[in-house]
Design a protein around this ligand. Structure first.
Ligand code: AAO
Length: 512
């Protein structure tokens, strides 16, 4: 009995921190702005077979349609109602996606925009994705319904009504983030409406939520909402499974709010991760890969069991949010692949891969004036399908980083080495490093300007392995470099400084 209670308590405590990925899977991919139909197909034809654990989707609820600029991606962060109705698809398509993805062990994580509704200055009308009426002048959203009683306007002490100083925690929570109408989350009625929305998604079969703008909500209010959430749908999840929660709290230090305040609720987005790794891999500020030896908490990051990590996200890949110029993206593909490879090989945090669409970046005075450009779309504003080319890449301007061989194979690598300790660290004091994960995987990087030729202890069983970066194991053959591990576990690695991908990864499932 005592054991039972202990297990129960353990379950209750860890529920919302557990990413709820299927056994043997360890990463999720953000299919930014994809249509539900395309995600369903991708789960079946690619993500399921290649060991991806889940998909973070763009906000599914009804949002404001913005035409100036023309249909920016960020219109989806301006809710009008909680109907499932967006450029990605309607409720039927959403249900179909969740069912089909769950059936192939790929779970769905919803980007939940619950801190606010649309901008205060957008007027009134029914120019929303399902035609629901709104009146921003009166803070009225009959589609929920919310009225002016349900917003924070009276509590905010700034002159503009907007957040003016990130050093002041009260402002950050009670005033408007970039003028977005700020919901009064301490109200039971508002909490109830939000919980109803999230519970509907849970009952359809989603596995968890990214809580958008969590820093702008009081931790106690979030906790009160999370407490009201149902357990996950038992068609796909064990009885009593709590939804996974990861909160978007940007904490690079030096502000009035710390990510620590959110540790009891769920995981948190660790923004230091991509910011710092970008600096290291770009070799800015005299940083070197050798210094990554104590990467993780040793670098002042939050505890690993609280962190959700990523190299770039939909904001900072285009200069929104935080992270600045060091953030690596698909535009810097060579360095980007190394960064993602390092992240997936390293045990710290729960990993999220970014999958983007391309846009015509245009820097004027250091700012990308096209940072607003929405997904590839037709002239009527509808989002274009994700087409798949013969070589497995995507068409129609979808970048599909998750399909890049190096990234896909490292997602698999992370599954294979899951639970294994970091072992056999080696570095040359500069930018050549290597490390293993138990006796199942080993990775070597050369980010120096000189060639590398070293013999290292890999800890792996003797045999010939296929490097999963330059190629992969196909049947009994290997399309990439072959690496021979001796009976003592050592292997020779040569990596040219001008290699297309200056890193090598081997793991026991890609042994020839
Ligand atoms: C749009 C227009 C606005 C207009 C508004 C309403 O652009 O001009 O006023 O509509 O009509 C997205 C877009 C916004 C868009 C919004 C709604 O990014 O441009 O506004 O949709 O359509 C803060 C928040 C964080 C937020 C981030 C963008 O804390 O939650 O801003 N991210 C999420 C989503 C995002 C979305 C929203 C929230 C809103 O991921 O896509 O916005 O739903 C500091 C703070 C951060 C703060 C940044 C940026 O960061 O710490 O918390 O993020 O500033 O304001 C260094 C510092 C770092 C600092 C950074 C930038 O790196 O170390 O701490 O500099 O100063």
């Amino acid at each position: 009995m005592t054991m039972f209670i202990l297990l129960l308590l353990f379950g209750l405590c860890t529920g919302q921190f557990n990413p709820n990925v299927a056994c043997g899977r360890t990463s999720i991919v953000h299919l930014f702005e994809w249509r539900w139909e395309d995600i369903a197909e991708e789960c079946e034809r690619y993500l399921g077979p290649n060991g991806f654990g889940g998909v973070q989707i763009s906000p599914p609820n009804e949002n404001l349609i913005i035409t100036n600029p023309n249909r920016p991606w960020w219109e989806r962060y301006q809710p009008i109602s909680y109907q499932i109705c967006s450029r990605s698809g309607d409720e039927q398509q959403f249900r179909d996606m969740v069912t089909r993805c769950n059936n192939v062990q790929v779970h769905i994580y919803v980007d939940a925009v619950i801190n606010h509704m649309c901008g205060s200055g957008v007027g009134k009308g029914n120019f929303s994705t399902c035609g629901t009426y709104y009146n921003s002048n009166e803070s009225s959203f009959p589609g929920v319904p919310y009225s002016h009683h349900d917003f924070n306007d009276k509590k905010c002490k700034t002159g503009s009504g907007d957040i003016e100083n990130y050093g002041d925690a009260d402002q950050v929570r009670d005033c408007r983030l970039v003028s977005l109408l700020d919901l009064a989350l301490e109200k039971d009625y508002v909490r109830g409406k939000i919980a109803d929305y999230l519970n509907k998604l849970i009952d359809i079969g989603v596995a968890g939520f990214r809580l958008d703008a969590a820093k702008h909500m009081w931790p106690g209010d979030i906790q009160a909402i999370v407490t009201r959430l149902n357990d996950l749908n038992t068609k796909w999840f064990p009885n009593g499974t709590r939804p996974f929660i990861f909160q978007e709290v940007i904490d690079l230090g030096g502000e009035g709010i710390s990510c620590k305040e959110y540790f009891d609720i769920g995981r948190i987005t660790e923004f230091k991760y991509g910011t710092k790794l970008g600096i290291v891999i770009r070799k800015w500020d005299n940083e070197k890969m050798a210094y990554l030896k104590n990467w993780g908490e040793g670098w002042g990051f939050m505890p690993t069991d609280r962190a959700t990590v990523f190299i770039d996200n939909h904001d900072n890949q285009r200069g929104h949010g935080a992270g600045g110029a060091s953030i690596l993206t698909f535009f810097d593909s060579r360095l980007y692949k190394m960064a993602v490879g390092f992240m997936l090989a390293h045990p710290y945090g729960f990993t999220r891969i970014m999958s983007s669409y391309s846009w015509p970046r245009n820097f004027v005075d250091g700012k990308d004036i096209n940072d607003w450009v929405g997904p590839p779309s037709h002239s009527d504003g509808s989002t274009k399908a994700v087409t798949i080319n013969e070589d497995d890449t995507c068409g129609n301007d979808w970048v599909c980083e998750h399909r890049w061989r190096q990234i896909k194979n490292m997602v698999i690598f992370r599954n294979v080495v899951s639970g294994q300790a970091l072992t056999n660290w080696w570095d040359n004091g500069e930018n050549q490093i290597a490390f293993g994960r138990g006796n199942v995987g080993f990775i070597v990087f050369n980010n120096d300007c000189r060639d590398m030729d070293v013999t290292l202890n890999t800890g792996l069983p003797a045999g010939t392995y296929c490097d999963v970066i330059s190629g992969q194991k196909d049947g009994t053959g290997c399309s990439g470099t072959e690496i021979t591990v001796s009976s003592t576990g050592s292997a020779r690695f040569t990596i040219s400084s001008s290699a297309e991908d200056p890193f090598i990864a081997i793991q026991v499932n890609a042994k020839l």
